[in-house]
Design a protein around this ligand. Structure first.
Ligand code: COS
Length: 395
């Protein structure tokens, strides 16, 4: 049994509650017998299924409807629910949003019309190409170049750890246009997956399989109209996209944690030890209590961040960083306890808690490692304290 009492919290409207219930039913019907044998094929199938049944319409705004915006609470509820059922389904949904995120938030009308109907329908698979071999956390240090070439740009360099790399139809690529040093010299580009000069040079296998690759750009030419926003705006575009999607990473972790807690409760109630169910041992009760607190605290931070954004806050950098940091770290701890409660079965390949144990690990690293989130949170607290001190000193 999964606790759904959080849906009564004031962060949500009835449309959120309805969506969460409908998606839970959909996921139970469509994801339980999914064959994960071929990761690429499964991911393509999942994107197609999520598109066919309308779930991807929530991943990006509808360009035909000027009032349409991304609702972060909806994104989080979808990721939490999918994450509880199937990690790869969550991944497939999440990447459509993150991959198209820069177009959703900063794209021109023409760019939005060209791509968003396709990503929202599951007809085009999207990827967010930011990290490089020498700059993952340090985005301002990106080395890939975009050099002006007539009425377009030539892209040269490498991107790595690119989710959906190898199967994407659309890459949003960040490169140095040289407008200024560091963070102010980057720009964002739309690069179709079949562009000449773009090559997949390595497929990367990880402990929880999903499509992942290193890409090489060698004189890859894109037209000037491929640039998203203005030249030199790339860093702020990347950060703003991450601000929207970081709380959703926390939501996926929350989905994993809820599942782990649910599995642990079943195990504790049914497994006998010392002549009684495990659940009667106070040490086990202590673990279950800590897991339940971690789950609720994560949910509060995640839906606080999502609600704040949805209510029109211009920036939710601090709230999103807290949500991602806390929820991913807490989920790791919840899942670890669930494995412990399962004993030997917890590490048996194919067990749900065993796969959750592998699934959760990357979430503490990608889209801003936990250490980066701490830097973001501390910087904001220090900046606010400095403003307060100045106001107090200056009268
Ligand atoms: N939204 C909008 N603008 C932002 C922003 C945000 N969230 N964060 C920073 N900016 C702006 C700053 O205001 C600053 O603007 P000005 O030059 O006009 O003053 C500019 O961007 C540079 O910001 P800052 O000096 O803070 O940049 P840093 O290079 O010090 O980097 C960190 C900041 C480390 C926080 C950033 O690089 C980061 O988040 N890294 C992790 C990225 C990541 O998630 N990588 C994983 C790959 S993506 S899957």
């Amino acid at each position: 049994m999964v606790d759904k009492s959080f849906l009564t919290w004031p962060f949500f409207e009835d449309r959120h509650r309805t969506l969460a219930a409908e998606l839970d039913t959909w996921a139970a019907e469509n994801l339980s017998s999914l064959d994960h044998g071929d990761t690429d094929a499964t991911c393509r199938k999942l994107v197609a299924m999520l598109g066919r049944d309308g779930w991807l319409t929530h991943s990006a705004p509808d360009p035909a409807n000027p009032g349409s915006i991304i609702d972060v609470r909806t994104l989080c509820l979808i990721r939490e629910t999918l994450g509880r059922h199937d990690g790869l389904a969550d991944f497939a949904f999440a990447m459509q949003g993150l991959g198209a995120g820069a177009i959703s938030l900063f794209g021109s009308d023409a760019q939005r019309v060209a791509w968003l109907p396709r990503t929202r329908a599951g007809d085009a698979i999207a990827a967010f190409a930011l990290s490089e071999p020498r700059s993952g956390s340090d985005v301002a240090n990106i080395e890939m170049t975009a050099t002006k070439d007539g009425d377009g740009y030539l892209l040269d360099g490498e991107k790595t750890w690119i989710s959906n790399g190898g199967i994407a139809d659309l890459y949003v690529v960040f490169a140095r246009t040289g407008d200024a040093p560091g963070a102010r010299g980057l720009s964002a580009f739309i690069v179709p997956g079949d562009s000449a000069g773009l090559e997949i040079v390595e497929r990367i296998d990880v402990i929880a399989p999903h499509p992942l690759a290193r890409l090489k750009f060698d004189g890859c030419r894109v037209p000037a109209t491929a640039m998203i926003g203005a030249s030199g705006q790339g860093f702020k575009i990347a950060m703003s996209v991450l601000d929207v999607f970081r709380s959703t990473v926390g939501a996926a972790a929350l989905g994993f944690a809820r599942r782990a807690l649910g599995e642990a409760l079943i195990r504790a109630a049914n497994r006998e030890l010392f002549g009684a169910p495990l659940a009667e041992l106070q040490l086990v009760q202590g673990q279950l209590a800590e897991m339940a607190v971690d789950v609720d605290a994560s949910a509060l931070l995640i839906y606080r961040a999502a609600w704040t954004k949805d209510k029109g806050a211009p920036r939710v950098t601090r709230e999103a960083a807290m949500a991602k940091l806390y929820a991913t770290e807490a989920a790791q701890s919840v899942i670890d306890k669930a494995v412990q409660i399962h004993g030997g079965d917890g590490v048996r390949c194919g067990q749900i808690v065993e796969s959750l144990y592998r699934e959760i690990r990357a979430l503490r690293i990608y889209e801003g490692a936990s250490e980066v989130q701490k830097v973001v949170i501390a910087r904001q607290a220090l900046a606010e304290a400095a403003v307060d001190a100045k106001a107090a000193g200056g009268g």
